[in-house]
Design a protein around this ligand. Structure first.
Ligand code: AGP
Length: 369
């Protein structure tokens, strides 16, 4: 079985290391650098249709829902359209405010998740235009949607999603550029700048993947932990949720992701010398705020695993461990931060001896309710 795993011990690790390639494939042929725009071959929505919408609702489950939360941030920031994010199993049993002027986006790696498919049918019934971000060509969700932005991650075998997630994020950056440009909310220069940022992603990922050995070594210090807390702010908050989900799924250690600013409203009570706290504190908009949240954790004895920008000696001197990611990319930080999250969950799980590619109780795609 080593051969089909490309020499890696698990599909999950192979898929983690495939991510720069998966991102390149998802970008291939779609960038219109000159115009500061992108071409999404299966979107099937004209500029007029994109101009006609007054809200976006993004619906998904699990990891795909975490991508959706990053999408809200991107679309609101760059397109100034209100975005709501919903979990598919909640959306379909509510009475959502959706009509012909709504754009509903479904995110699903498999394109077969029962709740997401049912949510799309409900949205269509109410007259919304539906766009899917899918990895599996001709899957049910991709077939029934009005338009699709395919991720080109390739088949994902590991039950814990990795390369599908980061390519969903790439698809969301691309969609944001298209929506922003078509609605006149994004200038040519702003479009070019965001394209330049996504083009740098594969190289930044290669750099971040060099953390593998460091993470493997430090993982053994956390095997006894019963709970983990993950903290992030802004568009990195969903990455805290995703880091916690990865750890839960494959290592069976309880973990929670929290917006760092919410910590003092409850979870801070959990912090003691037994509690590892992963703090996402790269340079950028919320740096000072997250830094002080990190200090609050340290003051209560929490064991901080900080993920920070390369050369951040201030963070490195305070945290128990500092995982340094390339500095060159605040715009795409959620993507780069995902790598140490995946590696940490992976190595903790391997050391605990769990079945990493086939964790207990989980199915790759949940096709029943
Ligand atoms: C991810 O690691 C999970 N196994 C799970 O949360 C998954 O993302 C969710 O079931 C949604 O799947 P989909 O993207 O195929 O719809």
């Amino acid at each position: 079985h080593m051969a089909e795993k490309g020499g890696y011990k698990h599909f999950m690790l192979k898929e983690i290391f495939e991510q720069p390639r998966a991102v390149r494939d998802t970008l291939a042929g779609r960038l219109r650098e000159e115009e500061g725009d992108v071409y999404l071959e299966d979107l099937h929505l004209s500029d007029e249709q994109l101009q006609g919408i007054d809200r976006v609702t993004i619906i998904a489950c699990g990891t795909s829902w975490h991508a959706a939360l990053v999408g809200k941030f991107l679309i609101e920031e760059h397109c100034r359209v209100p975005v709501e994010v919903d979990i598919a199993s909640e959306f379909r049993y509510r009475n959502p405010v959706i009509d012909e002027k709504s754009l509903v986006m479904l995110i699903s790696q498999s394109g077969e998740t029962a709740d997401t498919l049912a949510a799309m049918r409900e949205a269509k019934r109410r007259g919304a235009k539906c766009v899917a971000i899918c990895n599996v060509v001709d899957s049910s969700i991709a077939r029934e949607a009005d338009g699709v932005v395919y991720t080109h991650a390739g088949p994902e075998i590991g039950v814990a999603s990795t390369k599908a997630f980061v390519t969903q994020l790439i698809a969301l950056y691309l969609f944001t550029i298209r929506l922003g440009r078509s609605r006149g909310m994004m200038t040519v220069d702003a479009g070019r700048a965001l394209i330049a940022a996504v083009v740098r992603v594969p190289a930044l990922m290669e750099e971040a993947l060099k953390l593998n050995e460091q993470v493997e070594k430090l993982a053994r210090n956390y095997l006894q932990a019963r709970d983990f807390l993950y903290l992030g702010r802004g568009m990195n908050y969903p990455i805290a949720l995703e880091g916690a989900l990865k750890l839960k799924e494959i290592s069976y250690i309880h973990a929670e992701g929290y917006p760092a600013g919410e910590m003092k409203h409850g979870p801070i009570a959990l912090i003691d010398e037994h509690m590892p706290v992963v703090v996402l504190v790269p340079q950028g908009a919320n740096y000072e705020k997250v830094f002080s949240n990190m200090e609050e954790v340290i003051a209560r004895g929490g064991r901080v695993i900080a993920v920070c920008s390369q050369g951040d000696s201030e963070v490195a001197s305070k945290a128990e461990v500092a995982l340094e990611i390339p500095t060159d990319g605040e715009e795409v930080a959620p993507i780069i931060l995902s790598i140490p999250m995946q590696l940490l969950a992976y190595h903790v799980a391997v050391l605990k001896g769990t079945d990493v590619d086939q964790p207990r109780n989980l199915a790759k795609s949940v096709t029943v309710e």
